[in-house]
Ligand binder design. Structure first.
Ligand SMILES: [Zn+2]
Length: 267
């Protein structure tokens, strides 16, 4: 039997843990999130502003239209279509794209050559949007909260210098700050699984996800720090796992109307 004092401390925490379990869409996995959703949305908004305000937006009208079209289609079939979605195409050789919590999507023009076509970009955005919808950033922040107690839930803010880099890193946006914190292998696999379903529901041929990763693995350099270049799962494992998920994604694709196949080419 625990002394009373300890029991008093343990009960509220265990209650908190029970109350903080959420179910992830598509994969139906249970996840622990201790960050209030409103706070997560506000962090996503701040991060999006911070990451885009110093960058130059692409002035290419055709590319802007294509990227926004694909992003809008993925957002519309995601499990949170009613978020305040925003999309920005940044003119930069960086091979990256991300979706901050709250539906704030950034694509760098450097990722378009390996994406090659709308379906390739849909694979990338499906994956990034899946991280946001599955709330992987908030899950990671919650783990940090338990492990280190660095972040006090009431005071989590990007304006607090002490926590700034850690928050950006837990949201998956840390590479820019030299504080890359790759998502766990389980988070990555889950984003691949959900992303593939999203791209298929949006009307893009899911087979192109496998082709995209093959193209990407063949050309990426060792110094790449983009979120989805993380080494886990390895390219080979990722491609093999995606291939196993294709039959289910094809079922989603067969139901989607209209079907765009690969869509237009970026070249
Ligand atoms: Zn990822």
């Amino acid at each position: 039997m625990w002394p009373n004092k300890i029991r008093l401390a343990v009960i509220p925490l265990s209650l908190l843990l029970v109350l903080s379990c959420v179910t992830t869409p598509v994969t139906n996995r249970e996840a622990l999130i201790l960050i209030p959703y409103e706070q997560e949305l506000s962090l996503g908004k701040q991060a999006f502003k911070e990451l885009t305000e110093k960058e130059k937006e692409s002035a290419d009208p055709r590319l802007n239209e294509l990227v926004r079209k694909v992003a809008r289609r993925i957002a519309a079939v995601s499990d949170m279509p009613d978020l305040e979605w925003e999309f920005k195409l940044i003119d930069s050789p960086v091979q990256n794209a991300f979706c901050a919590p709250g539906g704030k999507v950034v694509v760098y023009t450097g990722i378009l050559p390996p994406a090659a076509n709308e379906a390739g970009l849909a694979a990338i955005l499906g994956h990034e949007v899946a991280h946001a919808i599955a709330r992987h950033g908030a899950q990671r922040m919650s783990q940090q909260l338990i492990l280190t107690g660095i972040l006090a839930t009431a005071a989590i803010s990007l304006e607090n210098d002490k926590d700034h880099d850690l928050i950006m890193a837990t949201l998956g946006l840390g590479a820019t700050y030299g504080a890359a914190l790759p998502f766990s292998r389980m988070n990555e696999s889950e984003a691949d699984e959900i992303g593939l379903v999203y791209m298929a529901r949006a009307g893009y041929d899911p087979n192109e996800a496998v082709n995209f990763w093959k193209r990407f693995a063949a050309q990426k350099g060792p110094d790449q720090t983009a979120e989805f270049l993380s080494t886990h799962p390895s390219d080979e494992t990722r491609i093999k796992d995606l291939q196993k998920l294709i039959p289910n994604a094809i079922k989603e694709y067969d139901k989607s109307m209209p079907q765009y196949g690969l869509g237009e080419s970026f070249r």
